[in-house]
Write a protein that binds this ligand. Structure first.
Ligand SMILES: Cc1ncc(COP(=O)(O)O)c(C=O)c1O
Length: 312
């Protein structure tokens, strides 16, 4: 797994809003580091899988929604690294006809191709998924396993995310990232320099996020959560967001996903329009991947009768 990684490039982006104030914007193409274990997923899994291997585990158990980037990345990384993988998936209705589910869901069907076994659970039970009773039940069904939390975030994931920024990146005044569970942002904060501002664009409403981030990055205050660009919550979108993603790709050749990176770039562009970055600022936006989700997202648009699609 680890030898296949491509080092990400910082790709400069040219937008009309940048010229007036001599602002420079670069995107760190973490999405290109691996075909399936892209972006922050590789960073989060790296030390977790090492820990699991070091402790003699043969099986990884983790959690996610039906279109989760983390679920697919764990299935692939697990397969490559010689683990069995178990995905606890939110939504027991998906388990009623597994063949129908897999035929309609590209994320789960790919994860299944990489050998992941699924347990579909009720949404109410999903909230209690980390309790000992549930884990014991899974233990008697599958045998012992190494647990990686939902979204892949834990101390080891944060450690991996600390490797996203390099020495060369200290030239940037602003580091922007997407926020789901907060692990990626915590890693960026921990590895940032004092003069840098870390801006986390939340993909969900999440009032809990500040505390989550503080849990991992308690000693630094050079960060801010941007809560105005979640488009109504996790997985929510507007036509304007989809149009933006398609236009952004046309002008920069950089694909964005609608759940995370599209919202972040929409936010950055909006902040540029509102002159919220100072003259001469150097901004680095981290592209955390998530592109696998576009096919499933387009299917959901089609099922809703929308004519919009994210161009692939
Ligand atoms: C593509 C992508 N970007 C960003 C994030 C947010 O990362 P975090 O959960 O560490 O905040 C996720 C979710 O893990 C993701 O899948």
């Amino acid at each position: 797994m680890f030898s296949e990684i491509q080092l990400p490039v910082n790709q400069q982006v040219f937008l009309p809003q940048l010229d007036q104030k001599e602002i420079q914007l670069f995107i760190k193409r973490e999405d290109q580091i691996h075909q399936q274990i892209s972006g922050n997923k590789y960073r989060k899994l790296k030390y977790n899988l090492r820990e699991a291997k070091g402790n003699g585990y043969k099986r990884i158990l983790t959690f996610g929604g039906a279109y989760s980037n983390h679920i697919l990345a764990t299935a692939v990384a697990g397969k490559i690294s010689g683990f069995e993988t178990i995905g606890i998936i939110r939504g027991n209705e998906l388990g009623r006809d597994i063949y129908a589910t897999l035929s309609q869901n590209p994320t789960l069907s790919k994860a299944a191709q990489y050998g992941m076994q699924f347990v579909f659970i009720l949404r109410e039970d999903y909230r209690k998924k980390m309790n000992t009773h549930f884990l014991k039940k899974m233990n008697s069904k599958f045998g012992s396993f190494f647990v990686i939390p939902e979204g892949g975030t834990n101390e080891l994931a944060v450690k991996g995310c600390q490797e996203i920024l390099t020495e060369e990146d200290k030239q940037f005044d602003y580091i922007c990232c997407c926020v789901g569970t907060g692990g990626t942002m915590a890693g960026l904060i921990k590895s940032s320099k004092k003069h840098q501002n870390i801006l986390g664009f939340s993909a969900l409403k999440g009032n809990f996020l500040k505390d989550e981030i503080r849990k991992y990055a308690a000693h630094q205050n050079n960060w801010k959560l941007m809560m105005d660009y979640h488009f109504g919550g996790y997985g929510k979108y507007s036509d304007a967001l989809i149009t933006f993603i398609n236009e952004f790709r046309k002008t920069t050749a950089i694909p964005l996903d609608p759940i995370y990176t599209g919202k972040m770039m929409f936010g950055i562009k909006d902040m540029l329009k509102k002159h919220l970055f100072p003259r001469g600022a150097k901004i680095l936006a981290v592209h955390t991947g998530g592109l696998q989700g576009i096919v499933g997202f387009n299917q959901r648009l089609k099922n809703k009768g929308s004519n919009l699609r994210i161009e692939i």
